[in-house]
Design a protein around this ligand. Structure first.
Ligand code: ADP
Ligand code: CDP
Length: 216
């Protein structure tokens, strides 16, 4: 059987950078589950279907075909949306769509099916609690909201996105709250997760720690 490592945590805690770097070091495949929720949000946003119209969302998702190529690029009905899902517009609405049971149920099996033929690091909000409850190692990254907002804001500035720090901070806090308070698979550490606070650590230090934990 192949090894599965899960990394969960709130926005900006370092999940994707850490998961990517550890995967590269150890030759594991890397699953960014947030990208799939983002793709659904972008699709529904473009169709103009609001998050409170569950009936229409359920109907509309029947016409949505999601394809993840080599766990690298994400396609919706043949269109590459890998970059488009990273916009502040998607940031703003993704948690509202992700809170809906019709959306989550649709994505569970899709995510589980990605665990096929390689060791895997899966990163998101419910990887250790719901999607891969039998994972070999579960990590939960956290950091204070301000630190996480600074990280995300820097990243957006580097990409040339025009947004104020206050807006980024507000978005992160809002998203955390929605993710933590939804009914189905809320954001929380699995009972058997190792919790790591990354507020005072560099990316390298976190990557080293996680690599050590996997090797043990
Ligand atoms: P998440 O996937 O949890 O939202 P990311 O991995 O995207 O978080 O990290 C957000 C930003 O913060 C990235 O630009 C990343 O380089 C930076 N970052 C992540 N972890 C740390 C850390 N421990 N120290 C400093 N910067 C970090
Ligand atoms: O990178 P960041 O942490 O900002 O976000 P992400 O991992 O791309 O996830 C975007 C959103 O998708 C989260 O805020 C959650 O609302 C949702 N999500 C989820 O509900 N379950 C997951 N396993 C992953 C993401």
């Amino acid at each position: 059987r192949h090894v599965i490592i899960t990394i969960d945590g709130p926005a900006g805690s370092g999940k994707s950078s850490v998961a990517k770097m550890v995967a590269q070091r150890l030759g594991f495949a890397y699953l960014d589950s947030g990208a799939i929720y983002r793709a659904v949000a972008l699709y529904l946003l473009q169709k103009g279907i609001p998050p409170d119209d569950e009936a229409q969302i359920e109907e509309s998702l029947k016409g949505m075909n999601i394809h993840i190529k080599d766990l690298q690029r994400i396609y919706v009905n043949g269109n590459d949306v890998t970059m488009a899902i990273r916009s502040p517009q998607v940031d703003e609405v993704v948690s509202s769509y992700a809170a809906l049971p019709v959306v989550r149920r649709r994505l569970f099996s899709l995510q589980r099916d990605l665990r096929d033929d390689r060791d895997l690091i899966a990163e998101g909000r419910d990887m250790g609690t719901v999607v891969f409850p039998d994972a070999d190692l579960k990590i939960f990254l956290k950091a204070d909201a301000r630190t996480r907002a600074i990280r995300r804001w820097k990243e957006l500035m580097e990409r040339g996105v025009d947004i104020s720090f206050d807006d980024v901070y507000y978005q992160i806090v809002q998203r955390d709250e929605k993710d933590a308070n939804r009914k189905l698979s809320p954001l929380m550490p699995a009972e058997d997760a190792i919790i790591l606070d990354t507020s005072e650590l560099t990316l390298e230090e976190v990557v080293d720690k996680v690599t050590e934990l996997i090797k043990d």
